[in-house]
Design a protein around this ligand. Structure first.
Ligand SMILES: [Zn+2]
Length: 154
């Protein structure tokens, strides 16, 4: 696991620390209120630097995805699927993560974050099919399969 480790930097360190506690948050500008992700030093809307964390529900809808077949580095298991999710609470924010569903995602389907603890210093966020009443904090949760990816021939 973790052939590639994200490197928290000045702007993202607190975000990674929050993810380690399963707290999903985006930055929100103190001046204009624009929410942003990933973490950065100033607001892309009004260019001011004052901001705070805003905790949001870790759920959204599938906007797009890719399947990577290239072993870009030694130890990387391929293929794997990376999904792009539009946050329900902040539609202007797109976040990315590994797909943890048992079938490919569907455009527009509702998903929930799941957290994978790699070690003491690193927890990764992934996405799996889910509804708001399902437990988000349990990785590897088994979901009922609703597949329309390969409908039966008629
Ligand atoms: Zn702003």
């Amino acid at each position: 696991m973790a052939a590639y480790r994200p490197e928290p930097d000045r702007d993202s360190r607190q975000w990674w620390e929050r993810i380690g506690r399963h707290e999903f948050a985006v930055q929100e500008c103190d001046t204009c209120g624009l929410a942003r992700f990933p973490a950065r030093a100033f607001c892309p809307g009004c260019r001011t630097e004052a901001w705070h964390w805003r905790e949001v529900e870790a759920e959204g809808v599938v906007e797009s995805w890719i399947v990577n077949h290239q072993p870009f580095m030694p130890g990387l298991q391929v293929p794997y699927l990376v999904v792009m999710v539009r946050l329900a609470a902040v539609p202007g924010c797109l976040v990315y993560g590994n797909w943890h569903g048992e079938r490919p995602p569907e455009y527009g389907e509702r998903v929930r974050a799941c957290y994978t603890r790699v070690d003491e210093d690193l927890t990764l966020v992934g996405w799996s099919p889910g509804r708001p009443d399902e437990d988000v904090a349990t990785p590897g949760i088994r979901m009922p399969i609703r597949s329309t990816a390969n409908p039966p021939a008629t």
